[in-house]
Design a protein around this ligand. Sequence first.
Ligand code: UDP
Length: 362
Amino acid sequence: MSARSLSILVVAPALGPLGSGKAGGVELTLTSLVSGLLARGHQLTVVAAEGSRLPPSCDGAALLAEAGAPQESCQHAPRASDVLMPAEGLLPRLWQRALREPCDLVLNLGYDWLPFWLTPLVEVPIFHLVSMGSVNQAMDAAIAEVARWDQRRLAFHTATQAADFALPQPPVVVGNGFDLSAYDLCLEPESLLGWVGRVAPEKGLEDAAAAAAQLGQRLAVWGLVEDPAYAQRVEASVPPGTLDWRGFLPTAALQAQLGRCRALLNTPKWNEAYGNVVVEAMACGVPVVAYRRGGPGELIQPGLNGWLVEPDQPRALAEALERVDQIDRRQCRQWVERQASRAVLAERLEQWLEAGLMGKGR
Ligand code: UDP
């Protein structure tokens, strides 16, 4: 329990309703963060798109819904793209609502220019848990501007992610947190490989597919198909039957299937900020073979919970998969219990927010 109870207003990404998968890993981050902070005695309100659903672990939080046209995710546009907002946009509505509600602080989970720009201009302290590395020049500038003004308002998931930005001070790194009771440890896998993520080019599914094809093994794929043309290209790149498309599943169903895998492949083409799916697999006892790039490069301890290989080398993935049975599946789970539980995340967040409330903006 914390020293004092804070009234915290969490603003969700303006990409779509919570529960739809449109906001990728941020949806799970939001759920963990809300339930973890509730458990520490804080009051939580979530401002999110109409149609959002929160899981039972967040029952103590209020949900305020707003309608409006969603933002496009900015990682799919060129780096030099302008900041865009649709007519009747959801993003300004979320922020109008957030700034009207009384609270001790606002915690932003959206990767958008508007809330960063607003931060030094408003009385209420706005904090940002930055969810991606650098993908857009205007966002780089907006994040750097807040950092110059008062970097205590910023936290990152990993040091590798934070290194993308111009920060005057060492970053606050909070990792991420998972409800361990939602994932069952599975000690008897099938001869199946797994891949989980939004099906979009930055996630590099084609390399995992190539490694599976090289070994003649089936690769189960879970996740929202964000880019159907890309999904078709990947399907056509390997022998029919290599990929077993399983769609986007809620966590309970996902973990039950994922736990049966011999290994998870994680093959990002970008500086993955964290890599929720890496830790979710480990929570089920599934070792992870990933590129040494972005967050997964920090989460995987080679030989303990998986293997890291040089980026963009599908052959190296296939070689590492041959060694995956050396990993003790219990160790994978234990790593998550030590490093990435919901309680661990909530404590780190609380320390960050308490320190930031003593900052310049007050
Ligand atoms: N996910 C899910 N069901 C699926 C596939 C994925 O709930 O069938 C979730 C997964 O639990 C994870 C998120 O999608 O929280 C993907 O997050 P990650 O950090 O790996 O990548 P992002 O999409 O944020 O880039």
